[in-house]
Design a protein around this ligand. Sequence first.
Ligand SMILES: Nc1nc2c(ncn2[C@@H]2O[C@H](COP(=O)(O)OP(=O)(O)OP(=O)(O)O)[C@@H](O)[C@H]2O)c(=O)[nH]1
Ligand SMILES: [Mg+2]
Length: 770
Amino acid sequence: MQMNGKDDKMVIKVLWILSMPRPGRRCLSSIALSFKGVEARYDRRSAIASCVPAGKSNIFGCGRLTGDMEQMTRQYATVKNNSGKSGRRKTRPLEKLAPSGNKKPAGQDMLVYEEEDTEDWSSFLEEYDALEAEDGMRVASDASASQVSEDAKIVEEYRLEEDADGNLQVMPTKREGLKSKIKSAHNLLQKARQAGAMTEDDWFEFLRRTGMDRSEENDFQSAFFEDVGEGEPSIKHPPPLRKGRHMRKAPPKFVDRIGVAVTGGKGGKGCISFEKMANARGGAVKRPSGGHGGQGGDVIFVADPRVQSLGMDRHHFHGKAGGSGDSNKKHGARGAHAVVRVPCGTVVKEVLRSGRGGGYERVQVCDLDQPLSYYRAATGGRPGLGNSVQAGRARNSASASGNFRSPGHQGEERFYELELKTIADVGLVGYPNAGKSTLLGGLSRARPAAAAYAFTTLHPTVGRVEYTDAASVTVADLPGLIEGAHANKGLGHEFLRHIERTKVLVYVLDGVGREGGAGVDDGSVVEEAPVTVFRKLKKELELYCPGLSRRPSLVWLNKADLNAEWVSEAKAAVMADMSGDDATADRPQAWGESTMGQRGRVPNVLSGSARTGEGIGELAHELRRVVDRVAQEDEKAQGYGGGGGHGGGEGGKLWARETGGSDHALPHRQGGIEGVGGRNTTKSEGSFVTADVDSAADDKTISLAEAYAKALELTQRFNVEWMNAVQCANQNIHRAQCYSAALTVTYRQDYWLAHGMRMMKAGEQTRSES
Ligand SMILES: Nc1nc2c(ncn2[C@@H]2O[C@H](COP(=O)(O)OP(=O)(O)OP(=O)(O)O)[C@@H](O)[C@H]2O)c(=O)[nH]1
Ligand SMILES: [Mg+2]
């Protein structure tokens, strides 16, 4: 059987089409069973026919089966059998459905089945006409087709639509339950794989289409590729499906900017209650004993390295309300914090009304660039007071017996814009199709989609290049940048924010690009010489952010496997361009050691092939060298413990982190729990800034994790928010939640003090800094 030109690809073309195209009439059809590849290969002619006998819903179908899918489809062809058993669906072998001559099998569904290249549909139409005349069948109109498809309860349903080129495209009309879709697709895939017709590319395509989330993807993928290439596949059952909300909702796509509203939990109300006490004369007296409510829970953004995207299923987060007070001076429980996990590198901007014009302004309040760094976005409401509060103050029973209590206060409500700026050591910049994604795949274990069409990559992917000494460098693959991106050409400039934080740039150039474009028969050759592209890229970077193009960089001339000679020519041209550039003389990035021997002056230019792996080792080595060098330079330039006007002395004790008002996030310092709390970090007044672990006994800098552990220990020792801590420990909740439990310690300053921990105000310096 022919495989439609792609020997290794599975092609299923099975149609159960519920409307009848007549010559000159467009057919909008439903497809009972369809799978990948289907839309690309359907033309109008092959979207043939089916018809529905009057008064019955037997289905006539027509399909074109190729390759091993034929075998598979035999088993999976499912049509509705309406002969006597209404509504029952049955799986039947295809042979039974195939037509025998002109006769319609009595009471049976009929499937017209085309082997190959039946161009001439007139015979079919004639047959059909004869049947129509004989049985009083009617041609289903488009309207009735939809009705029939409903009637037949077809699982998969697609519309065929004509695109600009006149080809028919299959568009989904309803979303099947993800669970059943995955199950059936998985069955199909197993079969396909057994038939050796499934490639890894097919697999990724399948994932993209079914819209599975990453966790399912991993389950399925590992099961699927368990034993690729080792004899017979051994998958017997589909892997278990996780149940939960994600099954019902479409998983969020990659999101790098989002607006959220946050509301702190309401404070719990106070209680009115009295206890009977004996008075001095042996009588009884009532004393108020109502407890206070609990504080409402906060909303806290926590940077979690495991979260990759800002896609969330909600856009409004609420802290839990505090519990009500109770009799016997029992105070209400504190409301649980709502912990919102965001990716590392999230910039938090508060959205504020500006002036009277109804406009808004965004003020950056925090930069969650370190794992477990957090920002208290909304504080829970203060608790109400119970009537026992009077008892302490009351001089006499008259005032103490007042029926006094107060309700809890509302929590704060704020609006934020969260913006993700990917954090990586190295960013790959280049034109579409230059091979950035392929290069990342070669350098790391990341597998970003790479294909021979422009803008394959739509969002950044970060991979980790691992070295034998356990060190690693993170590399971000970015969407392709083109000339005029600043004027919103291509994908525009938006995504460039993701390289703002990379330390090193790698310009990936298509080494076989030529002015005029002629040459390599690859289809992906750009019509510009690499050196021209390089200049344009730098210009675009500069337009996006002045100074960006002068960042430490490397140049990688890709696709040397296609034409090594051209690539070396291009390499020489790029190096000549850089050395001839006056601006290089005073460039701060003296990182590379060019082959021209200009050590420390210009970025190194390397060449090779991302596809074959040629030169990749050298590139990885060079990346490491440059990244290390940049890190050293950074350390020297900033001085450990310096920055932002806070200290700067040697030793680098933890200091207050001032986030408001500054666009540049100050580098995180090790040495304690860092928090940006209080609402308004731009004002020093009332800002809780940092709990400095400043015990006189051991004056050493401790890591965030240690500080966290210490805080948790404190929580437990002093029984502060004991419930929270116990809950976290018992239920093994996410560490960030434990962290939030530890955070609650900070409400009790006295405990910090008791343990040698000191609360600081913004601007205050630690002893060692001053
Ligand atoms: N011959 C050859 N082809 C390559 C090489 N690197 C990439 N390609 C091919 O070039 C095409 C584009 O590769 P991608 O990695 O998707 O390019 P990209 O720069 O990520 O493209 P965008 O994501 O669209 O910006 C694919 O067909 C790759 O197989 C190489 O070194 N040699
Ligand atoms: Mg790409």
